[in-house]
Design a protein around this ligand. Structure first.
Ligand SMILES: C[S@@+](CC[C@H](N)C(=O)[O-])C[C@H]1O[C@@H](n2cnc3c(N)ncnc32)[C@H](O)[C@@H]1O
Length: 297
């Protein structure tokens, strides 16, 4: 297996196909999976990734990594999957084969446009499933909304404002504050496809405790990894095409530098190669057909 391209106090990042990385992981070792896959919409990721493959191939590939992510989840672990509603309805039954449905969280999406004879799309889905009853469920609260011009509170909460919890309002399954900044002047890394960090941050806060392990198979700009690092959760990541943005981001935000030793025992999450596999691989490298040596122990 490849060496990590970046290690931090809490995380390890591989410049690799997520299926390869997850394939080396033991079953039931991860507390939360957060995945924001490419949607196969012909998007230019500016890193060489081909986001237009045949629909059936794309869905077959998604099935593979979704089931692998389910396998590595601990009992009670959580799986958050960010997708367009059209894809979410295809992903949900796959997740449902192994996990229990908790929520379809709707996240407002501004700046989209209608295609064909369809309604104007205004939300994305964040599917939230757990492996059996949730191991951790932290109820989050949002600060009471205020006007950004005058600072006054916007709503009167039906006259019950004085009875409300001073820590704010309960987070619901409708997130209206997570739309990305589209305007170039607000982009931290222009051209990089990334979510607002608050999305993975909330998923992590809802479903984990400090020291738990988060896996995100699709690194992109690294928002999940930054959120995990900030919240003192351990993380494992993969980005197949170009992890430069993630590495820069981690350096900028945490004064981290590559090769910093992780403070958690990540080796324990990976299965050790068995003897036979190692022998076969060595022999194959030497140009001998693997079939002639299958009896090796
Ligand atoms: C939508 S972006 C993820 C953005 C990320 N959630 C963020 O907020 O920064 C999806 C990423 O997955 C990467 N990718 C595509 N196929 C992959 C694979 N098989 N293994 C790992 N990464 C892959 C793409 O290069 C792209 O950067």
């Amino acid at each position: 297996m490849k060496q990590p391209v970046l290690t931090t106090h809490h995380g390890i990042l591989y410049d690799a196909d997520c299926l390869e990385i997850v394939g080396h992981m033991k079953s039931e070792v991860v507390d939360t999976v957060f995945a924001d896959p490419p949607f196969n919409l012909g998007k230019d990721y500016k890193n060489g990734y081909n986001d237009t493959v045949a629909r059936t191939d794309y869905l077959a590939w998604c099935r593979k990594w979704i089931l692998e992510c389910c396998r590595i989840l601990k009992p009670g672990g959580a799986f958050f999957l960010y997708a367009t509603p059209e894809l979410a309805v295809q992903f949900a039954p796959i997740m449902g084969e192994r996990l229990n449905f908790r929520h379809w969280i709707a996240l407002t999406m501004k700046g989209t446009y209608p295609r064909g004879h369809k309604l104007y799309p205004a939300h994305y889905a964040l599917l939230y499933y757990t492996k059996g009853p949730p191991r951790v469920f932290n109820r989050l609260r949002l600060p009471i909304e205020t006007c950004r011009h005058c600072g006054k509170e916007i709503r009167d909460y039906g006259g019950h404002r004085n009875k409300m919890n001073s820590k704010g309002v309960n987070l619901t399954d409708f997130w209206a504050d997570t739309s990305p900044n589209r305007h170039k002047k607000f982009k931290v890394r222009p051209g990089v496809n990334e979510l607002k960090m608050v999305i993975p941050e909330r998923a992590i806060l809802i479903s984990t405790k400090p020291g738990d392990v988060v896996f995100d198979p699709f690194g992109g700009g690294g928002s999940t990894y930054q959120a995990a690092e900030k919240l003192h959760r351990n993380w494992i990541g993969a980005e197949l095409y170009d992890s430069i943005h993630i590495r820069e981001r981690m350096k900028e935000n945490h004064s981290l530098f590559p090769a910093q030793e992780p403070r958690f025992e990540f080796e324990g999450l990976f299965a050790h190669e068995d003897k036979q596999d190692a022998v076969l691989r060595r022999i194959e490298r030497q140009g001998v057909s693997a079939r002639t040596v299958t009896h090796l122990s």
